[in-house]
Design a protein around this ligand. Structure first.
Ligand code: SF4
Ligand code: SF4
Length: 164
């Protein structure tokens, strides 16, 4: 997996122009069964992908923390929300709370998440490949294919499966 993760940004960069073109067409004319196709592609990919051998999302990019995430996680640590913010978070350029550093502080040496049951919504949903109206997050997906091998494979399958 380590070797693959090293190569992934280059593979994503090689596919960038093709992917941009594909998503531009997809946004213009999304197929009626897109939600169904995405669900199927997502499930098939994650049946063969073991995130515990990867954790590249946790190592290279952090989630956004919503107010409900902060409330839930600080409660889990028996801290006040502000104490949790001071200890672990910072505001980014868009005024969203993000981790002070990556790899994520809550990731352990075996790629397990120390706050798995209360992890942020963004972590639970990453790489968002099973969300409805997938065409609406193509800008994000174009970035995620360089981080997430599962998202990369799903986009490659999309291009084979969906003719636009
Ligand atoms: S979601 Fe993607 S990047 Fe994150 S651990 Fe799973 S395969 Fe790796
Ligand atoms: S909170 Fe957990 S799932 Fe989210 S980035 Fe950190 S280790 Fe990964």
């Amino acid at each position: 997996m380590d070797k693959l993760l090293k190569q992934l940004p280059q593979w994503a960069s090689d596919k960038k122009a093709e992917n941009k073109k594909f998503f531009a067409k997809l946004r213009k004319k999304p197929p009626k069964n897109l939600d169904y196709v995405m669900q199927e592609l997502h499930e098939t990919e994650f049946e063969r992908t073991d995130c515990l051998t990867c954790a590249n999302c946790c190592k290279t990019t952090g989630p956004l923390f919503t107010n409900s995430d902060i409330e839930l996680i600080s409660k889990y640590f028996r801290m006040k929300p502000q104490q949790f913010i001071d200890a672990y978070l910072r505001l980014d350029e868009e005024n969203d709370y993000v981790l002070q550093e990556v790899p994520c502080t809550f990731l352990d040496a075996d790629n397990y998440c120390a706050i798995y049951d209360v992890r942020p919504k963004a972590c639970r949903e990453f790489p968002h490949t099973d969300r409805k109206k997938f065409q609406q997050i193509s800008h994000l997906t174009l970035k995620n294919v360089a981080i997430c091998p599962a998202a990369f494979n799903i986009v490659e399958e999309m291009k084979k499966r969906i003719s636009l």
